[in-house]
Design a protein around this ligand. Structure first.
Ligand code: GLA
Length: 701
């Protein structure tokens, strides 16, 4: 049974998940050491795992050449500290001693106290009966009567057991090109993945995998972790000169410190970890099931086929235009209609109006209610774009409340996209945002918010905010979470998309309170293949919104056939974002057919297990989805640039029952599972560039 056990004789804790075990031990020297992370062990077996080497090898190595469970600053430790504090008298670092534990079936808390100062640290763990993901977080308590300065407080340090070598995978990117997978040798030294932007960021995402260099998509041991935090963050992967590897991570970037007030207790965000033996593919599938089962608020729902007006109209939204789009979207089979930017204040371009969340009466003379009613009459849900954390200096809000933005004395207010960031750390700002959002949603029958955030922080200060200025970075995110949580609680039907200029705020923290993600503003179907490939390494398909938009694409100028654009978007949560009045009758007919097909395959695509058969390239790439009960499977094939004489090899399928037979829903042809697995499936692709196909297989009983 998965759970938490303790062997008193050896003072060994064992956390068990369905397939893995994780053990730590309290040594005779009082040090809490990581012992084991790998395939499952019994408690009796775990208690015989030899303790790591004793402390202090030579005076130059220091204490930690074996792996401590949570290496704080203090003593002869010279690695990356997971926790750094300074006490009021100037003393830095901690001398922690074990002070007790609390265990139940699936959680463990270990209490450590400083030998001198009134300060406590809690190490917390949670396992689930149906997931190999282990959640870890830390809590800090100031039990004294003077503040303690916290210079760094990570959520967890994940030790990576000794292997022959170490290869790390993570994503990098930029606006319009998020989630590009990097696979590199882990350098001896420290590799820092971080965001200093106020949000999770386009440029990195808080997850990693480490393997011995021998893992592949299908095979091999993989250690991975993902942080549940939507503000700035830092994950440091450390490989010592003697090849001891560990990964420590948590909220906040370097140079930021905050105070823990007397009697204050604080928990950190979760930094979840996973050990898998099935290669990168199985690692992703476990993360996906974990996010669906334990993170998302409504994991069992099917996401609707969506229409979004942004690429069709830009800022030029008005009631007649939106009604026309809504009618055409409904005709294609859309189930959710989302009006994007431009409906409020003086927002006719990106220079003005952000912050003034009253309907533009020139564009919507009778408010939003008539459009919402029309969208509902057409059988769709009504969604709307908001950017609650922002203000244009050219707005009534900013003229009235210039002190509400992040700013510092004697510093300029740097504008990006002509906007400034509202200080969500301020309770009055958060309250104001909640107030108008609550009214917008409640007063207009809004079913869906696209919650955007279109610039990073600069001059992140709050001159009148008191004596703990950097606390702002944390409070901002906490208040953002609180507004989202409150809105959801008061409007249980409301669904929310997280967007930050595309994929700038994607993490396990925001996914606890949103339903889907806009992974990138780049809707070019070819670029999207690698963005979706990277996104799906951790985050499940049911969260991955994907639009079919017009060509030539506004970013790349590339023209890709409608079918290929659909087939790429149908591998996620399908949406349409084209200017429908300009579509031909043939395009409309093809779109109707593909939307209908998507609705048939959607349960498998959105809730199934994903197998990345062939990664994105100029040649053939393929992704397969298998229903959790194994009854159906859907395979997408994409071939951007065929080469004459180089016919693609058949894609060998995964996750099927070799003894079963499967019917191709389009052709009626029945094939053996063993053949599909062993030999593969050769798709019927049209000739020419950007060929694509989707095959829907149903198990024959
Ligand atoms: C961001 C979003 C886009 C769109 C615009 C509107 O860039 O990512 O999808 O909503 O803002 O201004």
């Amino acid at each position: 049974m998965p759970g938490v056990e303790f062997d008193a004789a050896t003072r060994t804790w064992l956390l068990s998940t369905p397939d893995t075990g994780y053990a730590l031990r309290l040594g005779d020297d009082g040090m809490l050491r990581h012992l084991y992370w790998g395939p499952r062990l019994t408690l009796a077996q775990a208690s015989t795992v030899p303790a790591p080497r004793p402390a202090t090898m030579t005076q130059f190595e220091g204490q930690v050449y074996d792996i401590e469970e949570f290496p704080v600053e203090g003593g002869a430790r010279f690695g990356v500290p997971a926790l750094q504090v300074r006490f009021a008298d100037g003393t830095r670092g901690l001398e922690l001693a074990f002070a007790g534990q609390q265990r139940n079936a699936d959680t463990l808390s270990i209490r450590l106290v400083d030998r001198h100062y009134p300060f406590e640290v809690g190490l917390h763990y949670r396992v689930y009966p149906d997931s190999d993901v282990i959640e870890r977080w830390t809590s800090l308590a100031n039990t004294g009567d003077v503040p303690v300065e916290v210079l760094r407080a990570d959520s967890a340090t994940w030790p990576v057991p000794a292997r022959a070598d170490y290869v790390v995978r993570h994503v990098t990117g930029h606006w319009g090109g998020e989630s590009q997978v990097e696979r590199v040798d882990l350098a001896r030294g420290e590799t820092v993945l971080t965001s200093r932007r106020g949000t999770t960021g386009h440029h990195a995402n808080p997850w990693f995998t480490i393997d011995a260099g021998d893992a592949s998509e299908e095979h091999g041991e993989v250690f991975s972790g993902a942080l549940a935090w939507s503000g700035t963050w830092r994950i440091t992967l450390s490989r010592t000169p003697t090849d001891v590897v560990s990964v420590t991570g948590g909220a906040g970037h370097e140079g930021v410190s905050w105070r823990l007030a007397p009697s204050e207790r604080r928990g950190t965000a979760v930094f979840a970890g996973l050990y898998s033996t099935g290669g990168y593919g199985a690692t992703s599938r476990v993360w996906h099931r974990y996010v669906r089962g334990h993170v998302l608020p409504h994991p069992r729902e099917l996401r609707p086929v969506t229409y979004n007006s942004w690429e069709a109209t830009g800022f030029t939204v008005d009631e007649p235009g939106q009604r026309r789009l809504a009618a055409q979207a409904a005709e294609l089979g859309a189930e959710l209609f989302v009006m994007d930017d431009g409906w409020f204040g003086a927002r006719v371009d990106d220079r003005a109006g952000l912050g003034d969340w009253t309907v533009n009466r020139n564009r919507f003379p009778n408010g939003l209610a008539p459009l919402a009613a029309e969208v509902h009459r057409l059988g769709m849900r009504f969604g709307i774009w908001v950017e609650p954390e922002m203000v244009n200096p050219d707005s009534d809000l900013y003229r009235a409340r210039p002190d509400w933005v992040l700013h510092m004395r004697n510093r300029r207010r740097t504008e990006l996209r002509h906007q400034l960031v509202l200080n969500f750390a301020r309770p009055d700002v958060a309250e104001w945002a909640h107030g108008w959002l609550d009214e917008l949603v409640g007063g207009n029958d809004v079913d869906f918010l696209k919650w955007d955030m279109n610039r990073p922080f600069t001059e992140a200060g709050w001159p009148d905010g008191g004596e703990d200025p950097d606390r702002l970075w944390v409070r901002y995110v906490e208040n953002l979470y609180a507004v989202l949580d409150r809105l959801r609680a008061d409007h249980p039907h409301l669904r929310i998309q997280t967007c930050s200029g595309g994929g700038g705020r994607v993490d396990l923290g925001i996914l606890r309170r949103t339903d889907e993600v806009w992974p990138s503003d780049n809707t070019d179907a070819r670029d999207r293949l690698s963005i979706q490939h990277g996104y799906g390494q951790i985050y499940p398909t049911v969260t991955m919104a994907a639009w079919v938009t017009d060509v030539p694409n506004f970013l790349t100028g590339r023209a890709v056939p409608l079918r290929f654009r659909f087939h790429v978007a149908m591998a996620g949560v399908l949406a349409i974002g084209g200017n429908l009045p300009e579509w031909t009758d043939e395009e409309r007919a093809e779109a109707r057919r593909l939307v209908a097909q998507y609705k048939r395959i959607r349960p498998v695509v959105q809730h199934g297990d994903v197998h990345r058969l062939l990664p994105p390239s100029d040649g053939l790439s393929a992704t397969q989805y298998v229903a959790v009960d194994g009854a159906e499977s859907v395979v997408f094939f994409w071939l951007p640039a065929p080469r004459f004489g180089r016919e693609a090899a058949p894609g060998r399928l995964r996750g099927l029952d070799a003894a079963a037979r499967y019917r191709d829903e389009a052709t009626g042809e029945v094939q053996h599972g063993a053949v599909l697995l062993g030999h593969g499936l050769r798709p019927q692709l049209p000739s020419g560039d950007y060929a694509s196909a989707v095959v829907h297989l149903v198990r024959v009983v």
